[in-house]
Design a binder for this molecule. Structure first.
Ligand code: ZN
Length: 186
């Protein structure tokens, strides 16, 4: 085989591997909107359990849409227990540390750098959020200036799929109407 033939061969091989991995993983854009909305409704439902910080999350099977775990912000008991972290813990407790590539996490608000990093470390197939970080900020909640997209792109080892704006109006109203509590040290 001449050099040109060998190069063509290598290119064909890498293309083959690419399409194989693309087929194995569910593309967020190809998931029906109704399935995304069901996942987000599970996140919204549990968010109602925290009237001040209505961050709710749900993990679903990306193919069937089945809800596998839910979580709500519990920072009143532990500062790292954002809704996404509670949901990740709940998933592992019930299903073990496996199957991440075929899961989607739905969250009412754009994930912060801590949660986005944890989701990237998990190898989850996709992350879908309702309200943007800017909208959350307008409700008086402090947020980082790094967006979830920037955190996702800020490494060279793993990235997940990210989609925002699902049931955005409903999620925005959760934050706009949240119960503002006086900080203990005020
Ligand atoms: Zn977070």
């Amino acid at each position: 085989m001449n050099r040109r033939g060998a190069l063509t061969c290598l290119c064909g091989l890498s293309l083959g591997l690419l399409s194989q991995s693309a087929l194995a993983k569910t593309e967020l854009a190809s998931v029906p909107l109704a399935q995304h909305e069901l996942g987000m409704r599970a996140a919204i439902a549990i968010a109602a359990q925290n009237a001040s910080y209505p961050f709710g999350a749900a993990i679903t099977n990306s193919k069937s849409g089945k809800i596998l775990a839910q979580g709500v912000n519990k920072t009143f008991s532990n500062p790292v227990l954002h809704g996404e972290m509670v949901c990740i813990n709940q998933y592992v407790a019930q299903h073990g540390n496996q199957g991440w590539a075929n899961l989607i996490l739905y969250t009412t608000g754009e994930p912060c750098p801590m949660c986005m990093s944890a989701l990237i470390w998990s190898g989850i197939g996709g992350v879908v959020y309702g309200s943007s970080a800017n909208t959350i900020k307008k409700s008086g909640i402090d947020i980082f200036t790094f967006s979830a997209k920037e955190i996702n792109q800020g490494n060279n080892f793993s990235q997940t799929q990210l989609l925002g704006g699902i049931l955005e109006a409903e999620c925005d109203s959760l934050f706009a109407n949240r119960k503002i509590t006086t900080p203990i040290n005020a």
